[in-house]
Design a protein around this ligand. Structure first.
Ligand code: NAP
Length: 299
């Protein structure tokens, strides 16, 4: 058997077109939608995220505003900026770029964001709303993975679902979302004694750990729907297992998921690739959360 590869790009484009239409309509009614990003210091990875967020926002017509704060900003200084953005009626979504400098409390800052403007869906109110099945500001990666699962059209009622990884904003919320569809959900983590014993039972297997190729072919039930959320940077090796170097003489890297794609695709029914599976949809869900806020849709 060879699995159907579930690319996120097509679904993401479809959703982005829909968001662009809604945002255009709002703009024509004098209600332009705006996402404000807060960046503390200038860590290269967060500079890259900000650039990408600006690009995707502009593509769908959402205005993007950057609040660049010095790396020396105090916790109170950061909270003050968040409070101002909370009060600003022209701002509909707020995203706090992580990581913050170690002396700042990221969770405290995220909790200070008005839940209605929580673009990433990481405020405790929005995480809690998932228990009710309300997903207007759901955490982006969890809802992206859920969208991909739903796109297959499989009847989830009574299916065995196994989620590997139990982080607050990925693993746990995905488990709750699948429970709403009456899956029988198991969650695996570092203390799980026999991971394969669980994964082999899964009709729906979602993996969000951050360990390259953790899930091998023999751990997957034939015909399963496998969603790989992990993103891991690994060195490119030649036929002799030696690192391949780039033109600057440095080791080349590539992105792989938590699932051994080449092996698992032979047994699974559906599989998401890395890159190109959940990733493009995650960013789209950020746009969706901001657009919902722009429309005034609250829970
Ligand atoms: P995280 O907060 O580090 O959580 C990883 C989870 O995996 C934890 O619950 C951890 O358990 C569990 N775990 C660690 N080793 C394990 C093992 N051997 N077996 C089973 N579970 C194990 O990471 P995250 O934010 O959830 O992200 C997970 C992965 O998804 C990362 O690779 C990240 O880069 C990726 N990601 C991708 C996207 C996307 O858009 N594609 C977005 C976000 C994240 P303990 O806490 O008990 O150690």
């Amino acid at each position: 058997m060879s699995a159907k590869v579930l690319e996120g790009k097509g679904l993401a484009q479809h959703l982005r077109d829909e968001i662009a239409r809604e945002v255009k309509l709002l703009r024509e009614h004098g209600r332009p939608v705006c996402l404000a990003a807060i960046q503390v210091g200038e860590k290269p990875e967060s500079v890259l995220y900000v650039r990408n967020q600006r690009k995707v926002c502009e593509e769908v017509g959402i205005a993007f505003r950057l609040e660049q704060l010095p790396g020396t900003v105090s916790q109170n200084g950061l909270l003050h900026v968040i409070e101002e953005l909370n009060r600003d009626p022209s701002v509909h979504g707020i995203i706090l770029q992580l990581p913050l400098p170690a002396r700042l409390d990221a969770r405290l800052a995220q909790r200070a964001i008005d839940p209605r403007k929580d673009a990433e869906g990481v405020h405790p109110v929005n995480l809690g709303m998932i228990v009710y099945g309300v997903t207007q500001r759901a955490p982006c990666t969890a809802i992206a993975a859920y969208h991909l699962i739903k796109s297959v059209g499989l009847d989830l009622y009574g299916k065995e679902a196994v989620v590997v990884g139990h982080s607050q904003i990925v693993g746990k919320p995905i488990g709750l979302l699948l429970l709403h569809d009456f899956c029988t959900v198991s969650t695996c983590h570092v203390a799980t004694r026999d991971l394969a014993a669980h994964t082999k039972q899964a009709d729906v297997l979602v993996v969000a750990v951050g360990k390259a190729h953790l899930i091998k072919k023999e751990m997957v039930k034939p015909g399963a729907l496998v969603v790989d959320i992990g993103v891991n940077r690994v060195p490119v090796l030649d036929d002799h297992g030696q690192p391949v170097l780039n033109e600057k003489g440095q080791p080349k890297h590539r992105m792989v998921g938590d699932v051994d794609f080449d092996g698992v695709k032979d047994v699974a029914g559906w599989i998401t690739p890395v890159p190109g599976g959940v990733g493009p949809l995650t960013v789209t869900m950020l746009l969706r959360n901001v657009a919902e806020a722009g429309k005034g849709v609250n829970h």
